[in-house]
Design a protein around this ligand. Structure first.
Ligand code: AMP
Length: 332
């Protein structure tokens, strides 16, 4: 492959991805639509813009041809799965950074939990039926955006009152773990065979984070729509366990969907007052929480001695893979 162009969709963490690519000397291409074009122009980070009506249109032959003519490597982020879909992306014939197969494992909650269990990591307890509920439980609806429609219940009686009929195909009864949340961002380098901690954030969620400002007798079911992200550092003594979780997930991913996780991913966890960590979700690509660590985080400073964002770390891996003729190890 001649010098690749780093391409992504105009959304989510696109600015960081384009900036990182430019810092590493790549040409950049932004797939945008009329509505978003003006906003992205303000930052002047895209050398080229491919305008589509709908992000799904990148599946069309014409768009794929254009992307391939420009030697594009697509960098997937949350909007790829949201607007195009994990399964649809498998049909795309444009090189993509990372392992496309993993997007299906993150999109399907049952598959992710299978992965966590096999990796031997602690997860919140799952109740199989409402009559098993014996503690604070979050009723999660599969595919609910921002947790809209989730309910908090403490017993079968409360489940019947607040939710009604139980449908195991549509909902999960998950123990609510009380503690503090952390969303560590990792980068697994197949070239170095190493897991790197790039940063950690805390999601700012509406209305869950707005409710404590209300009077104590005010009740409203919490929603978890992400409206922003806050940078956070974890107690240093807790970090070895976080690395252990990450190593287990990567090792198991190699067995479950070879070659496994490649590049950026984020673990979503709650840490209790007993300092036990429970993982409740994984994002198997760059998360928007990495945006808080531009141009770099304390962790990347410790490792590299210079500012390295997740966007730049991705570009560094592609640059090295190309130089060592190992691009096939980092794209799919
Ligand atoms: P999810 O839909 O799984 O991404 O969850 C949305 C939000 O609900 C998370 O970002 C957390 O704030 C919270 N949450 C999810 N699962 C749990 C859990 N088992 N215990 C406590 N909080 C949770």
């Amino acid at each position: 492959m001649n010098k690749p162009t780093i391409a992504t969709l105009a959304s989510h963490s696109a600015l960081q991805i384009l900036k990182g690519a430019k810092e590493e000397g790549f040409k950049t291409l932004l797939i945008s639509n009329i509505k978003r074009d003006k906003f992205y122009e303000r930052f002047n980070l895209a050398d080229d813009v491919l305008v589509v009506d709908d992000f799904k249109d990148i599946l069309d032959d014409k768009a794929q041809k254009t992307l391939n003519e420009k030697n594009s490597i697509l960098i997937p982020h949350g909007s790829f799965v949201e607007y195009i879909g994990g399964r649809e992306l498998l049909k795309l014939n444009v090189p993509m950074f990372g392992n496309k197969k993993v997007l299906e494992w993150e999109a399907d909650r049952r598959k992710s939990y299978q992965w966590f269990r096999k990796a031997g990591i602690k997860i919140p307890h799952d109740f199989l039926k409402p009559d098993e509920i014996d503690r604070l439980t979050l009723v999660k609806l599969f595919g609910a955006k921002g947790g809209r429609g989730y309910a908090l219940v403490q017993s079968e009686k409360e489940f019947n009152e607040k939710v009604g009929t139980f449908d195991p195909e549509k909902m999960q009864l998950q123990e609510y773990v009380l503690g503090t949340r952390f969303y560590p961002h990792f980068f697994y380098s197949p070239l170095e065979k190493e897991n790197e901690l790039i940063g950690i954030d805390l999601r700012y969620e509406s209305n869950a984070d707005g409710l404590p400002r209300m009077p104590a007798d005010f009740y409203m079911p919490p929603t978890y729509v992400i409206t922003g992200n806050i940078p956070i550092m974890m107690r240093e003594s807790l970090l070895p366990e976080v690395f252990d979780l990450a190593d287990r997930l990567v090792e198991k991913s190699k067995e479950l969907f070879s070659p496994g996780l490649i590049g950026p991913y984020s673990i979503e966890l709650v840490c209790t007052d007993k300092l036990e960590m429970y993982v409740f979700e994984i994002s198997a690509r760059i998360v928007a929480g990495t945006n808080v660590w531009m141009p770099g985080s304390p962790y990347t400073y410790l490792k590299y001695g210079k500012p390295i964002s997740m966007g730049r770390r991705i570009a560094m891996e592609i640059k090295r893979a190309q130089k060592e003729k190992r691009l096939d190890e980092v794209i799919s």
